[in-house]
Design a protein around this ligand. Structure first.
Ligand SMILES: Cc1cc2nc3c(=O)[nH]c(=O)nc-3n(C[C@H](O)[C@H](O)[C@H](O)COP(=O)(O)O)c2cc1C
Length: 315
């Protein structure tokens, strides 16, 4: 069975999303969204609230982002106390604000700092420390050099997002880089980038020989992707999701979110996900637009229930 990882996704991979995507144990390991190590160091309540590991969640890594070794280490200690199974260090985020703080993808250009951040965090905690990085910047491909140093310093596993920083999350993916990394280091390598359908996960493992596959936007666009991968692995085929499945999934998600965050805060969170889940559903742009204008979760759920009953009647 392929080891499946649910990626850290800002604004999305909070506990209700992790819980629903991981239903029936289809996911082996999940992450929180990235959290600023500096904000944790300052005990910022919003940052602390992002370490939202539920008592019934067992394998959740907390992803930290930042370029200050000492503050990242303090942040890691807090995350460990708050239930993290591991700490992941973000070395790939291209957001301007993160680059300005010397964190994320900036660390791919400053290997000394990257190593200091990693070593300080590793010394600070007893749980495994992993790193998620990219190939590098165009003209400065540093993933191999950096990974070898991290391996020597005791990294537990490395996730390689097989794109250049400049390519964001949708540019061309180069699974050849994952294959090269797997050939060159002996710690587990998790492949990431461009797994959008079940066949892609199997093809990535076959081509790269990676030790696990990390799912990100593929799961946002199709929350049934992990289940479909499991089906394909075990039976050789899988059932495609229907529009009704998507609406039912959204309703389940709304219920989870409402019980945890309430109507108003919950609405904001669900609105971050709706455009993704409805994106590949035929004639859904009106529904997307309509729901995004609503103010409360209850009103969104009413609309989804009425869409569902129309679908049931074949309208
Ligand atoms: C909306 C969004 C938010 C993301 N947030 C994070 C994040 O918090 N930390 C991180 O390491 N990567 C983040 N990523 C990158 C993904 O984890 C993943 O590396 C990237 O989307 C490539 O995988 P994919 O091609 O399967 O989508 C984010 C991507 C998207 C689309």
């Amino acid at each position: 069975m392929i080891r499946l990882f649910l990626a850290p996704i800002a604004g999305i991979t909070k506990s209700p999303f992790r819980k629903l995507i991981g239903r029936d144990n289809v996911i082996d390991y999940a992450y929180t969204e990235m959290i600023s190590g500096v904000a944790l160091y300052h005990l910022d309540p919003k940052a602390l609230s992002l370490i939202d590991i539920a008592p019934d969640e067992s394998s959740v890594g907390v992803q930290l982002v930042g370029g200050d070794p000492v503050k990242m280490a303090e942040g890691a200690k807090i995350a460990e106390r708050w239930g993290a199974s591991s700490i992941d260090i973000n070395m790939g985020c291209p957001a301007r604000k993160i680059l300005k703080s010397d964190g994320g993808a900036k660390l791919l250009l400053d290997l000394d700092r990257a190593l200091k951040v990693f070593s300080k965090v590793r010394e600070a905690v007893t749980i495994p420390v992993s790193v998620k990085l990219r190939k590098g910047w165009r003209g400065r491909e540093t993933f191999l050099e950096l990974s070898k140093v991290l391996e020597r310093e005791g990294v537990s596993w490395i996730t390689l997002h097989a794109r250049y920083v400049e390519d964001g999350s949708e540019g061309p993916v180069d699974w050849g880089s994952i294959r090269r990394l797997k050939e060159e280091i002996s710690v587990p390598v998790i492949g990431n980038g461009g797994v959008n359908k079940a066949e892609d996960a199997l093809a990535m493992v076959e081509f790269t020989k990676c030790d696990g596959v990390m799912l990100a936007s593929g799961v946002l666009r199709n929350p049934f992707l992990p289940r479909q991968i499991r089906e394909l692995e075990s039976k050789g085929y899988y059932t495609k999701e229907s529009s009704l499945d998507r609406i039912n999934w959204l309703l389940d998600f709304c219920h989870e979110v409402k019980s945890l965050y309430g109507d108003d805060k919950g609405a904001k969170y669900v609105k971050a996900i709706i455009p993704w889940i409805l994106r590949d559903m035929s004639s859904s742009s009106w529904l997307r637009g309509y729901i995004l204008r609503l103010g409360s979760l209850s009103s969104m759920m009413e609309v989804l229930v009425s869409v569902k009953s129309k679908m049931g009647r074949g309208e």
